[in-house]
Design a protein around this ligand. Structure first.
Ligand SMILES: Nc1nc2c(ncn2[C@@H]2O[C@H](COP(=O)(O)OP(=O)(O)OP(=O)(O)O)[C@@H](O)[C@H]2O)c(=O)[nH]1
Ligand SMILES: [Mg+2]
Length: 394
């Protein structure tokens, strides 16, 4: 699950969410419009393998347009953050509760520079502040969870390294943090001191690194259609070279998707162009032309909404898309061609995939067959993006 969030209200979180899911949500120019989190289904775009098999797929989840497969993912839209949330102020606790189950965060930043810290209208606000602020707030959230129990479990030591990660994982179990991630962080930080003697600064570093490892963040530099949008997007890129930052106009994507729904245009999400096919009014035509010129013509990532989802799943989280497929038959018992496409962590093996499909497939695994090449593959075969596999079981 991906969560769209912002340091503050009115940056366009709900607009982004609505554009990505077409779920009904409230969008308004006044702050704190969203109070309760919205859940919805968005899609990542994968070049479908049906083309290679010279056929047309029938997805049982998501859809396929011109051999571009749209694979469902869960998205959540949350309320704007209040300062001091990590200490439980205002909606703070509720807000953080909503973030627990996230695999990654999409931080929607208002790159127009026209909303201040509180989401109110202003001019020339530097959106870099928002990135720093939110990272800080999320890191503090982890730090506070850590120090609650720190004394007891660091005193109980000197713990073995493995026991230490087990204890930390337990403390963070509600936040989808696993031992593997803790071990990665320990390796990366490489502190020579024993955990029980860590300084406050070291604890903060550990908490921050763990937050980054378990809830990585991508930046959607939104409202790039506005006057200062592009300039601020460039500024963000320079200031944060290690973050993935995508220029975005959620508003434009929403307008395009709604025009598609009304059969006014033909447009595939993420593409850099669209075609007017219906009867549009002069006003609609002008609005569409403006999007074409100022957004699609200006940024290689189109409106950016699709690119944010794709980058979050495939670059940030490093997932791969895998199609279950018979070596000699691409359809299921109902005749649906390539009905499924699943997202798995990179590094997954043929056996992991078998277990992912069904425990019995894992237990009875004999071999996998690559449906594209018809070659047999062993348990340990490392899956590649867009692989099509049959699992042969006992
Ligand atoms: N120009 C422009 N305006 C946008 C864009 N995205 C959103 N907006 C406008 O920004 C305002 C706030 O949008 P929302 O999506 O409600 O913002 P939010 O972040 O969900 O706000 P809260 O729910 O109050 O936290 C609305 O007036 C939107 O129409 C965009 O890409 N470009
Ligand atoms: Mg909102």
């Amino acid at each position: 699950m991906l969560v769209d969030l912002g340091r503050k209200p009115s940056v366009g979180k709900s607009t982004f969410f609505k554009a990505a899911t077409l779920a009904e949500v409230e969008i308004a120019s006044y702050p704190f419009t969203t109070i309760k989190a919205n859940h919805g289904i968005g899609y990542v775009k994968v070049e479908c393998i049906d083309k290679e098999f010279k056929t047309q797929c029938n997805p049982s989840h998501g859809f396929c347009i011109e051999h571009q497969r749209f694979v469902p993912i869960e998205l959540m839209d949350v309320a704007g953050l209040v300062p001091g949330a990590s200490e439980g102020k205002g909606l703070g606790n509720k807000f953080l509760d909503d973030l627990r189950q996230a695999d990654a965060f999409i931080h929607i930043v208002d790159a127009s520079g026209m909303t201040n810290e509180e989401g109110k209208i202003t001019e020339n606000y530097d959106p870099c502040n928002d990135v720093e602020f939110l990272e800080d707030e999320l890191n503090k959230w982890y730090y506070n969870i850590l120090i609650k129990v720190w004394k007891s479990f660091s005193r109980k030591t000197e713990m073995e390294k493995s026991k230490f990660s087990e204890a930390v994982a337990k403390q963070f179990s509600g936040l989808k943090v696993n031992e593997e991630q803790i071990k990665n962080v320990l390796r990366e930080l490489n502190f020579i001191e024993k955990p029980s003697t860590w300084s406050d600064e070291q604890l903060m570093k550990f908490a921050s690194a763990l937050r980054k490892e378990s809830k990585p963040m991508i930046i959607a530099a939104n409202k790039v259609d506005m006057e200062k949008g592009k300039e601020n997007y460039e500024k963000l890129k320079i200031k944060f070279p290690d973050l993935i930052i995508i220029p975005c106009s959620a508003d434009s994507e929403l307008a395009l998707r709604e025009a598609v729904k009304k059969n006014l245009i033909e447009y595939i999400p993420g593409e850099k162009d669209f075609e007017i096919v219906g009867n549009v009014s002069e006003k609609q035509k002008q609005a569409l032309e403006k999007i074409k010129k100022n957004v699609l013509g200006e940024f290689s990532t189109g409106t950016g909404v699709q690119d944010v989802l794709n980058s979050a799943v495939f670059e940030l989280l490093k997932y791969i898309a895998i199609f279950p497929a018979g070596a000699n038959k691409l359809s299921d018992s109902k005749g649906n061609v390539l009905p499924d496409c699943f997202l798995l962590p990179s590094g997954s093996t043929a056996l992991d995939f078998a277990y992912f499909l069904h425990t019995d497939f894992g237990k009875g695994f004999i071999k996998a067959i690559n449906a594209k090449t018809k070659r047999a593959l062993g348990k340990g075969y490392e899956l590649k993006h867009r692989d099509a596999l049959e699992i042969v079981v006992k």
